[in-house]
Design a protein around this ligand. Structure first.
Ligand SMILES: *[C@@H]1O[C@H](CO)[C@@H](O)[C@H](O)[C@H]1NC(C)=O
Ligand SMILES: *[C@@H]1O[C@H](CO)[C@@H](O)[C@H](O)[C@H]1NC(C)=O
Ligand SMILES: *[C@@H]1O[C@H](CO)[C@@H](O)[C@H](O)[C@H]1NC(C)=O
Ligand SMILES: *[C@@H]1O[C@H](CO)[C@@H](O)[C@H](O)[C@H]1NC(C)=O
Ligand SMILES: *[C@@H]1O[C@H](CO)[C@@H](O)[C@H](O)[C@H]1NC(C)=O
Ligand SMILES: *[C@@H]1O[C@H](CO)[C@@H](O)[C@H](O)[C@H]1NC(C)=O
Ligand SMILES: *[C@@H]1O[C@H](CO)[C@@H](O)[C@H](O)[C@H]1NC(C)=O
Ligand SMILES: *[C@@H]1O[C@H](CO)[C@@H](O)[C@H](O)[C@H]1NC(C)=O
Ligand SMILES: *[C@@H]1O[C@H](CO)[C@@H](O)[C@H](O)[C@H]1NC(C)=O
Length: 798
C-alpha cells in the first residue's frame, strides 16, 4: 500500500545509496522503559571520496562540513516521517543528508518512524481505533494516548494514515500516506522482530552499517556500547530540557551538561537544543554564545544542535531569515557545530551547501581521489563563508538590482535614517523614498501618506482623523493635514505586516530613528555607495488640489542636489502609478521612469504595453501578478514579465519580505528560495525588498550562479510541483484570474493645476469626502493593493 506512493526517484535512490545509520535510542518503557527510540539514518551517495577532502574553514570537530539532519524527513512541508517527507529531504538537500527517524516499535516488534511519544497527534489512529488509547507511566509521568506498541504492525501499516500536526504547515497531504517503516526506507525486511530496543538494534543486518546511535539515557548507551564493537558506530547522548531528570542517574540534564567529561566515557557526541549554544534573552534577542561547543570539542565530543525550523518565530537577530540562524551556528568566528537537526533540510543545506567543482584556478584547490582518478577540486559552501565575498555588480543579466522598500524596513521603522543606513550597509543597490508632503509643504520620506500606519500619530493626533476616499476607504491621519513641526513631534513606529499574527519586527527598535526630509534623503544617498535612488510619487493630483505641488518639489530637490545632470554617478528612478506624473518627468532625460502597477494582473495586453512605453522604460509589478497561487501553493507563472521584456521594458517585482507567512509553500518558508525564483526563473531585473541583506547574502553566494554547475545549489521553486502531489480535491477551487492590463488601466488624466491656496481643513468626520473622482482610477489601484495583501493574509496560516 505504501509502495504505490513511492516516486520512481526514491525507488531508484535505494539502489545506489550506501546506508549508514544513526540511532538515538530511548530509555525503557512502561514505568521503566520509554516506548520508542530515536533513529537517525545517514544516507550517503555519490562521490563520497570527495567529501573527505579538506575544507579548512569549518570549525567542526573533524574539520568537515556540518551534517544536515532531517527530522522526520522534510517535515516542515509534509507529514512528519512520511514517504514524501523522506523523499523530498533526499532530493532537495545536500547529498549526504541524514534522515532522522524517531523509531517506534509495534506490538510484534516492527520498527516504524514517527516523531513523538504518542500517535494521535500526527496520524488518524484515534479515528480508526477510537477505544485503543492507554495511559503509561513514562519517566514517572502519566502519559495518555495511542502508543505504537499497543498495535500490531499490520494494524499500523494497513489502517493508520499520517497527518500534519503543525497548524502552519500544509494539511494538503493528510491521510494520503501510511506509516513508514524502516523496511520502506531501506527496502529491507527484518526476518526477526524483537521487542526491546536494544535487541532491535543489535538485530539490524550488519550491512546496515550503523554510524551513530543516540539516546537520552546513559545506561542504554553504556549497555549498547559494549555490544556494538564490530560496527563502526558512534554513540550520541541526547540532552532533553535542562530541568528534566535523566532516568538512570536521576541527575538533571542541566547538571550533566556541566560534566561533559563524564559523557566522553560512553558517547562520542551530544545532541542539544540550539538554545544551549546560543541562548536567547526573554525578549528573544540572542545573548553571547555559551562555551558548550568549544568545551565539547576540546574533549573530542561532537555537538549536534536541534530545534531548527523556518516557520517558527525565531530570535529577532535573524530578521526572519532562517539561513542567518544556521550560519550563526556554523559560520561564526569561534566554532561550528557538527550537525543541524532541522524540519527544513533544504534551507540548512543552502547554508552548508557542500560543493565540489573541478578547479579552474589553482587557488584553494585540493587533490581528491575520485572515480579511480585524481582530480583537483575546489570546495565551496553556498552561504557559509561568503559574507566577505564582494557583491557582484547588477544588471546585464548578472543579477537583479536590490531595491529597497522604505529602506531596510524589515529591521528599522521604514523610511527613517536608521532604515536607510541599514539598507546601505546591507548592500542595497537602490534606496527608495516615497515622498509625502506636510501641510506646510515639506517633502519627506514615508511608506504611507496615512501617518497612522507607520508613526505614533494615532496616539497624539486623533483630532486629525479623516477619510479621504480617493486615497483610501478607511479613515486615517494624513500627512498633508499636519505641519512638519507637528510631524516631527511623532515617532516612527515599526509595524510589520505580520505583527498581528505574532511575527513582530525588531521590537527593540520599534520607535527608533528619525524622519528624513527629501533633501536629507538625497544627501544621505549621495554620501553612500548606492548605485541609485528611487523616488516614488503617489497621490500627486490629490495633493495638487490641496495646494501641494509634489512634482515640482521633487524636481526642485533633485535639481538642487544635481541629480538631473547626465553625469551623475547615481541613477535616479522616478516611480509612480500615475502616467501624468511620469510624463511630467520626461523633461529630465537622465531620470529613469518606472510605472508601478500595484493592482494584481494576470496578463498585459499588447496595446497596454505600448501605452506604458509612452511613459516609462521600467515597470514594477506585484508578486501576485507574476506568481499565481492556490491555497498557498504556486500554480504557475503568468506571462506578464515576458510581455514586458518583449517590449524592452525593465521589470521589477515586489514586495519581498522574509516572514514565512509571506511565502508560499513552494518556497519552503525560505525567503532565499523566493529570491532565487524571481532571479533565475522569472528573470526579474529588480527585486523590491524590505530585507536587502537577505538578497545580498544570496547574490554573494556561489550558489546564486546556476551556470557554475555546483554539486549542490539553491534551486528556484517550480510552480505546480507540489500542487501535482496533492490528491484531487485537497486544494480549494482556484480563484478567478486577476484582470488583464488594458490601456485604460495605464493612462491617467492630466494632473490638475496646483491650487493657489489649500482648501479648508477636512472636517473630522469619518464620512468626509473632500475631492472629486478625478483620481479614482489610482485610488482604485491602492485598494486593490490592499486587497491583494489582505488576500495573501487570508490564505496564510493562522
Ligand atoms: C497532542 O496535541 C494536544 C493538543 O494540541 C497537546 O496538548 C498534546 O500535548 C499533544 N501530544 C503530544 C504527544 O504531542
Ligand atoms: C484495517 O485494514 C484491514 C485491511 O484493509 C481491514 O480489513 C480492516 O477492517 C481495517 N480495520 C479497521 C479498524 O478499520
Ligand atoms: C542581537 O541583537 C541585539 C539587539 O540588536 C544586540 O544587542 C545583540 O548583540 C545581538 N546579538 C548577537 C549575538 O548578535
Ligand atoms: C563518477 O562515476 C559515476 C558513475 O560512474 C558518475 O555518475 C559520476 O559523474 C562520476 N563523477 C565524476 C566527477 O566524474
Ligand atoms: C557599501 O558600503 C557598505 C559599508 O559602508 C558595505 O557594507 C556595502 O557592501 C557596500 N555596497 C556595495 C554595493 O559596495
Ligand atoms: C472604497 O470602497 C468602495 C466600495 O467598496 C470601492 O468601490 C472603492 O473603489 C473604494 N475606494 C478606495 C479608494 O479604496
Ligand atoms: C539646495 O541645496 C543646498 C545645499 O545642498 C541647500 O542648502 C538648500 O537648502 C537647497 N535648496 C532647496 C530649495 O532645496
Ligand atoms: C528591443 O531592443 C532591441 C535592441 O535594443 C531591438 O532590436 C528590438 O527591436 C527592441 N524591441 C522592441 C519591441 O522595441
Ligand atoms: C555547466 O553545464 C552546462 C551544460 O552541461 C555547460 O554548458 C556549461 O559550460 C557548464 N558550466 C560550467 C561553468 O562548467
Amino acid at each position: 500500500m505504501i509502495l504505490q506512493w513511492f516516486l520512481c526517484s526514491f525507488v531508484l535512490l535505494n539502489f545506489f545509496l550506501q546506508y549508514y545509520l544513526i540511532l538515538d535510542a530511548p530509555p525503557d518503557q512502561m514505568g521503566a522503559r520509554y516506548p520508542h527510540m530515536f533513529l537517525i539514518l545517514l544516507l550517503l551517495h555519490g562521490a563520497n571520496a570527495a567529501l573527505n577532502g579538506p575544507v579548512q574553514k569549518w570549525q567542526t570537530l573533524g574539520g568537515q562540513p556540518p551534517r544536515v539532519i532531517a527530522r522526520g524527513g522534510f517535515s516542515g512541508l509534509f507529514p512528519d516521517s512520511s514517504q514524501f517527507s523522506y523523499q523530498f529531504a533526499v532530493s532537495s538537500s545536500v547529498h549526504d543528508v541524514v534522515l532522522f527517524c524517531d523509531l517506534q516499535l509495534s506490538s510484534d516488534g516492527l520498527g516504524f518512524c514517527k516523531t513523538g511519544l504518542t500517535l494521535e497527534n500526527s496520524t488518524l489512529i484515534a479515528e480508526v481505533f477510537p477505544t485503543r488509547d492507554k495511559t503509561y507511566k513514562v519517566n514517572g509521568e502519566d502519559i495518555h494516548g495511542w502508543f505504537s506498541l499497543d498495535f500490531t504492525s499490520d494494524e499500523l501499516y494497513q489502517n493508520v494514515t499520517l497527518i500534519q500536526n503543525i497548524f502552519s504547515r500544509p494539511s494538503t497531504f493528510d491521510g494520503a500516506m501510511g506509516m513508514f517503516t524502516l523496511e520502506d526506507l531501506y527496502g529491507l525486511f527484518f526476518q526477526e522482530h524483537k521487542l526491546s530496543t536494544e535487541d532491535y538494534i543489535l538485530a539490524l543486518p550488519k550491512d546496515f552499517s550503523i554510524t551513530y546511535i543516540s539516546s537520552p539515557e546513559i545506561e542504554f548507551l553504556k549497555s549498547l556500547g559494549g555490544k556494538l564493537n564490530k560496527r563502526n558506530t558512534k554513540l550520541i547522548f541526547r540532552f532533553l530540557g535542562e530541568d528534566v531528570a535523566e532516568p538512570t542517574t536521576k541527575k538533571t540534564y542541566g547538571e550533566i551538561l556541566k560534566d561533559l567529561k563524564s559523557i566522553k566515557a560512553f558517547a562520542s557526541g551530544i545532541v542539544v537544543p540550539k538554545e544551549f549554544i546560543w541562548p536567547l534573552n526573554k525578549d528573544l534577542y540572542l545573548q553571547l554564545h555559551t562555551s558548550l561547543v568549544k568545551d565539547a570539542h576540546a574533549l573530542g565530543l561532537e555537538v549536534y544542535a536541534s530545534g531548527f525550523a523556518n516557520d517558527v518565530s525565531m530570535s529577532y537577530n535573524y530578521s526572519y531569515n532562517p539561513s542567518t540562524e544556521y550560519l550563526q551556528f556554523i559560520d561564526n568566528a569561534d566554532f561550528s557545530v557538527d550537525g543541524l537537526i532541522t524540519d527544513f533540510p533544504p534551507t540548512a543545506s543552502g547554508a552548508v551547501g557542500k560543493n565540489m567543482q573541478v578547479c579552474v584556478y589553482w587557488m584553494n584547490c585540493h587533490l581528491v581521489f575520485l572515480n579511480n582518478s585524481i582530480l583537483l577540486m575546489i570546495f565551496a559552501a553556498c552561504l557559509a563563508h561568503t559574507r566577505v565575498n564582494p557583491l557582484p555588480p547588477p544588471g546585464n543579466g548578472a543579477r537583479p538590482l536590490i531595491i529597497t522598500h522604505n529602506g531596510a524596513s524589515g529591521i528599522f521603522p521604514g523610511s527613517t535614517d536608521l532604515a536607510y543606513q541599514q539598507a546601505v550597509k546591507d548592500g542595497a543597490d537602490i534606496i527608495d523614498c516615497a515622498v509625502r508632503m506636510s501641510k506646510d509643504g515639506v517633502a519627506f520620506c514615508l511608506g504611507s501618506v496615512d501617518l497612522s500606519s507607520s508613526t505614533t500619530a494615532a496616539t497624539s493626533f486623533m483630532t486629525k482623523i479623516s477619510t479621504v476616499s480617493e486615497i483610501q476607504n478607511k479613515s486615517g491621519i494624513f500627512s498633508f493635514d499636519l505641519t512638519w513641526s507637528e510631524i516631527q513631534t511623532l515617532k516612527p513606529d515599526l509595524q510589520g505586516p505580520y505583527t498581528q499574527a505574532g511575527l513582530k519586527r525588531n521590537p527593540a527598535a520599534k520607535n527608533a530613528g528619525k524622519f528624513v526630509t527629501l533633501p536629507e534623503f538625497l544627501d544621505l544617498a549621495k554620501a553612500s555607495n548606492v548605485s541609485g535612488i528611487l523616488i516614488e510619487i503617489e497621490h500627486a493630483a490629490s495633493l495638487a488640489k490641496r495646494g501641494l505641488g509634489l512634482v515640482d518639489v521633487v524636481s526642485g530637490a533633485l535639481a538642487n542636489a544635481s541629480y538631473d545632470k547626465q553625469d551623475g554617478k547615481q541613477q535616479v528612478l522616478i516611480q509612480s502609478d500615475d502616467t501624468s506624473v511620469l510624463a511630467a518627468f520626461k523633461k529630465f532625460p537622465a531620470f529613469r521612469r518606472v510605472l508601478i502597477v500595484d493592482e494584481a494582473i494576470s496578463d498585459a495586453s499588447k496595446p497596454s504595453v505600448e501605452e506604458i512605453k509612452q511613459f516609462a522604460s521600467e515597470v514594477t509589478v506585484m508578486r501576485g501578478s507574476i506568481a499565481q497561487v492556490n491555497g498557498f501553493f504556486l500554480t504557475r507563472f503568468t506571462d506578464v514579465v515576458d510581455r514586458l521584456h518583449d517590449a524592452n521594458l525593465t521589470v521589477h517585482v515586489g514586495v519581498l519580505r522574509n516572514e514565512f507567512m509571506n511565502l508560499g509553500f513552494d518556497y519552503w518558508a525560505d525567503p532565499i528560495i523566493e529570491i532565487a525564483t524571481y532571479t533565475s526563473s522569472v528573470m526579474a531585473d529588480g527585486l523590491v525588498t524590505e530585507f536587502p541583506a537577505t538578497a545580498a547574502a544570496y547574490f554573494k553566494s556561489p550558489c546564486s550562479d546556476l551556470s557554475l554547475n555546483l554539486s549542490y545549489t539553491i534551486l528556484p521553486a517550480h510552480p505546480g510541483a507540489l500542487v501535482n502531489l496533492a490528491a484531487p480535491g485537497a486544494l480549494p477551487p482556484a480563484l478567478p484570474p486577476a484582470p488583464v492590463l488594458e490601456p485604460a488601466d495605464v493612462l491617467d488624466p492630466p494632473l490638475p493645476p496646483v491650487a493657489m491656496s489649500s482648501p479648508p481643513e477636512a472636517p473630522n468626520t469619518k464620512a468626509a469626502d473632500t475631492t472629486s473622482s478625478a483620481v479614482s482610477s489610482r485610488a482604485g489601484c491602492c485598494l486593490l493593493l490592499v486587497g491583494a495583501i489582505a488576500a495573501l493574509l487570508s490564505i496564510s496560516f493562522h
